[in-house]
Design a binder for this molecule. Structure first.
Ligand code: PNS
Length: 161
């Protein structure tokens, strides 16, 4: 059995909710590729390079995690890395329909790749990159919801804009 997983997302920016899933994934799989992909329904705040840099900074203590990006389909990326598993975090019932849709499409595109879900730690069940950006934009304190590096970069971003 392949022990390689891909943890995909927009990561715009990475939150402590994402990091929780990445860490738990890294304790289950031998290798986890955290991959920044394009979600065509989202308009990102951070460039792919900025998102990669933040992800690398916050996962530097996880030796079996590699941060990467890809321009095409998630399942093509997973196949190129020999990964049989796509790992996603599931927060609440509201995530279910969206996740079911991508999972069904990914399975149709490549039935050899399975999507596995981990329930997000309950303290992060309301957390999303969008809600964090919204709070940061109006100077809300989000320091216990994102890694320190992300807090810093969000502050910078919203003073630049
Ligand atoms: O963090 P997100 O925005 O919920 O992640 C969604 C993402 C980026 C994983 C998804 O949009 C994706 O896989 N994009 C790449 C294109 C693709 O493979 N789409 C799914 C099948 S059409």
């Amino acid at each position: 059995m392949s022990k390689i997983a891909v943890c995909p997302g927009s990561f715009d920016p990475v939150t402590l909710g994402h990091l929780d899933i990445i860490k738990r994934g890294a304790s289950v799989f031998e290798k986890v590729y955290v991959c920044v992909l394009n979600n065509s329904s989202k308009q990102p705040l951070f460039s792919v390079e900025e998102r990669l840099e933040l992800l690398r900074e916050v996962t530097q203590d996880l030796p079996n995690v590699e941060v990467d990006s890809f321009k095409g389909l998630l399942i093509d990326y997973a196949a190129s890395k020999n990964a049989k598993v796509v790992l996603r975090g599931l927060r609440a019932v509201s995530d279910f329909e969206y996740e079911m849709q991508i999972t069904a499409m990914n399975r149709k595109l490549n039935e050899d790749i399975e999507t596995l879900f981990m329930m997000t730690n309950s303290q992060y069940s309301f957390l999303s990159s969008s809600i964090v950006k919204e709070a940061a934009k109006y100077k809300g304190n989000i320091s216990d919801l994102v890694p320190a590096a992300v807090d810093r970069e969000l502050k910078k971003k919203f003073t630049e804009l």
